[in-house]
Design a protein around this ligand. Structure first.
Ligand code: GTP
Ligand code: SPV
Ligand code: MN
Length: 608
């Protein structure tokens, strides 16, 4: 081991608390050397990663990475929130005692980085100068160079972000582990992804993929952030954040909202106005996965995206569904593609839904690195790309990024929406005027379970506010915290529930989705402004058909519209029963939420 103090001195890392922390974990992990990372090191680290074969060239300043084939997604069952107070135990956070988990992870990490470099990544999950800056700083230690390159894209990285912050930074330790020997998914699984929330310490062992390894994103940006927000009066959510600009009036509205993982946040935030509405409206991108929200001194709700980049689902991303995403990963962007298909001869990448499958198989490798030309007939139809393959790019490469996306003051939030994948029952959009009913709606958000085959059709996998995998404390306290934050607002955003995924009897989507999703959002802002009145239903206010901007919608969509602008009262009554069971699991659920539930149930009973 070289002298760590000398390395830290040379890097200008002066914060004594950070130095202490680095030395402690260098000792535990047994790393051979320490290297401090700034964003300006990207070119050199890319060159080293290419040289080492950790990255492959993917055409004109873009790169390809493949993760170990059993390590391609977050592992929720191995993810734990630990604290010293058992009252923090919730239904979803896999709570464990802090002391037990710290001991366990220290044991697993001991000597586990021997022979490797430990990279020190000082980062900020906020624009510099944000009112939440002191909750946003962290230092990730990792023994994996690809993780460093992803972090440089996904967070703001550099020594200057943490030198002046004293002890106010998140300690985030990532050790890759011996990936082929961790028993992933077996009873002998060795992986642990632990956030010790009341010590602001994150200890992740046994993965180099996405939210398991880029600790600024999910572990800090969502789990630790949510816990800090609870204790300090702000909200941290798996939300996208976009702006809708009315070019005629000059008005600009900001809408944030939660959709469970892989349910459309990136696509919505990057959406372009449909052609027929493009002269009037423009959508601006702020964030696609995380929003931190707080109440300003003026009583308005503000929001910001703590991330610096996009880690988006590749599948089905193409010029028609998401042209903005395609433009954000063109040559020269430094984009990294993970677990898509790769052509070793031409350096092209491809994924399902990217366009025609290449007819010439020469050079094409699937996400496991196996030549598709060598596949047996039984394997011929297997996907080339992993369904959770991703692209990484920075916000400044997203063509419709808002001019003020780095404004430390954040932007005023006018609307909060929730949306899941729901094949029936949920209409295109329903506006909710009451805060408690809005919070109740978020708590009962769900995405379709695959349980249909077991006769449980219609039962959702509930995913409160799309935070189920990231919940840091008890759900009842979480609901109370939402109500507390909103009780301090004097100008309130409107809530709404949206659904792009209702299906017809033949299984087709009744709504074309993607760019067309702007139409119900424009209606929501018009409704908030009193320009349209909608139709009252027991579950919220739905648009009248003629209130929606319909020009340019295709025949099929126009024909299907009446179905997705009505509610099925009988299905909703059935849903109320499931919701009751779901909410009953939560300790300390505020009475206001139960009252909202009973109001909706009574309104449904009164409806014919
Ligand atoms: P995470 O990054 O996992 O949190 O996901 P996300 O919520 O950002 O999801 P994303 O936007 O990447 O979409 C996931 C999948 O849903 C992609 O395959 C999209 O093509 C598909 N999708 C997104 N929007 C729509 C839509 O409006 N209609 C339909 N039918 N599919 C959509
Ligand atoms: C999600 O799974 O919701 C993601 C991707 O945004 S990951 O960063 O891997 O968590
Ligand atoms: Mn996500």
């Amino acid at each position: 081991m070289t002298d760590i103090d000398e390395t830290l001195d040379a890097a200008g890392l002066t914060n004594p608390h950070v130095r202490e922390y680095v030395k402690h974990w260098a000792g535990v992990t047994g790393a051979e050397r320490v290297e401090v990372v700034n964003a300006s090191d990207d070119d050199r680290l890319i060159a080293e990663a290419l040289e080492a074969g950790e990255l492959l060239p993917a055409g004109e300043g873009r790169y390809y990475s493949r993760s170990y084939h059993k390590d391609t997604a977050r592992a929720e069952e191995r993810t734990i929130v630990a604290t010293s107070d058992e009252a923090d135990k919730g239904v979803y956070n896999n709570w464990r005692p802090a002391a037990e988990m710290t001991a366990k992870l220290t044991e697993l990490m001991t000597g586990a980085s021997a022979g490797k470099t430990m990279y020190v990544i000082p980062y900020l999950m906020a624009p510099k100068g944000s009112p939440l800056e002191k909750f946003a700083a962290g230092v990730e230690l990792t023994d994996n160079r690809s993780v460093v390159l992803q972090m440089i894209r996904m967070a703001r990285v550099g020594v200057d972000f943490i030198n002046d912050l004293g002890d106010s930074f998140v300690r985030a330790v990532h050790v890759t582990g011996d990936l082929p020997n961790l028993g992933q998914g077996t009873p002998d699984d060795q992986r642990y992804f632990v956030t010790v929330a009341d010590e602001r310490t994150i200890l992740h062992y046994g993965s180099s993929y996405g939210g398991n390894a880029l600790l600024g994103k999910i572990a800090h940006g969502l789990r630790q952030g949510a816990y800090d927000g609870w204790k300090n009066g702000f909200l941290v959510e798996q939300f996208m954040l976009l702006g809708v600009v009315d070019k005629e009036t000059g008005e600009k509205y900001h809408i944030c909202g939660g959709f469970p993982s892989a349910s459309g946040k990136t696509n919505l935030a990057m959406t372009l106005a449909p052609d027929a509405l493009g002269d009037r409206y423009h959508v601006e991108f702020y964030g696609d996965d995380i929003a931190w929200l707080w109440v300003g001194d003026d009583g308005k709700l503000y929001g910001m995206n703590p991330e610096n980049g996009v880690f988006g689902v590749a599948k089905d991303t193409n010029e028609l569904t998401n042209p903005t995403a395609i433009d954000s990963i063109v040559p020269g962007t430094g984009a990294i593609f993970t677990n898509v298909a790769y052509n070793a001869k031409t350096q092209e990448v491809w994924w399902e839904g990217r366009g025609e499958k290449p007819a010439d198989l020469d050079g094409w490798l699937d996400w496991k690195g196996e030549a598709v030309a060598d596949r047996s007939p039984e394997e011929a139809d297997d996907p080339w790309a992993h369904p959770n393959s991703r692209f990484t790019t920075t916000l400044d490469h997203v063509p419709n990024v808002a001019a003020d996306y780095e404004e430390p003051a954040g932007v005023e939030i006018h609307g909060v929406i929730f949306g899941g994948r729901t094949r029936d029952r949920e209409p295109l959009i329903r506006a909710i005027n009451d805060v408690a009913e809005g919070v109740y709606d978020g708590l009962t958000l769900g995405a379709e379970a695959t349980a249909a085959a077991d006769g449980l059709e219609g039962v959702l996998r509930y995913d409160p506010m799309s935070m189920r995998p990231f919940m840091a404390y008890g759900e009842g306290d979480y609901a109370a915290h939402w109500l507390e934050v909103f009780s301090r607002t004097t100008t309130k955003p409107i809530f709404a529930h949206v659904n792009w995924f209702q299906r017809g009897e033949d299984g087709r989507f009744l709504w074309p989705g993607y760019r067309e999703n702007l139409r119900p959002l424009v209606w929501l802002m018009q409704y908030k402004n009193g320009e349209v009145e909608g139709v009252e239903t027991p579950v919220g206010v739905l648009p009248k058909r003629e209130e929606l901007l319909l020009e340019g919608l295709d025949e099929q969509a126009l024909a299907d519209l009446d179905t997705i602008l009505t509610i099925d009262v009988e299905r909703w009554k059935q849903e109320i029963g499931y919701r009751e069971e779901h909410l009953n699991q939560f300790d300390r659920l505020p009475e206001e939420i139960w009252e909202a539930h009973r109001r909706v149930a009574a309104a449904l009973d009164a409806a014919e």
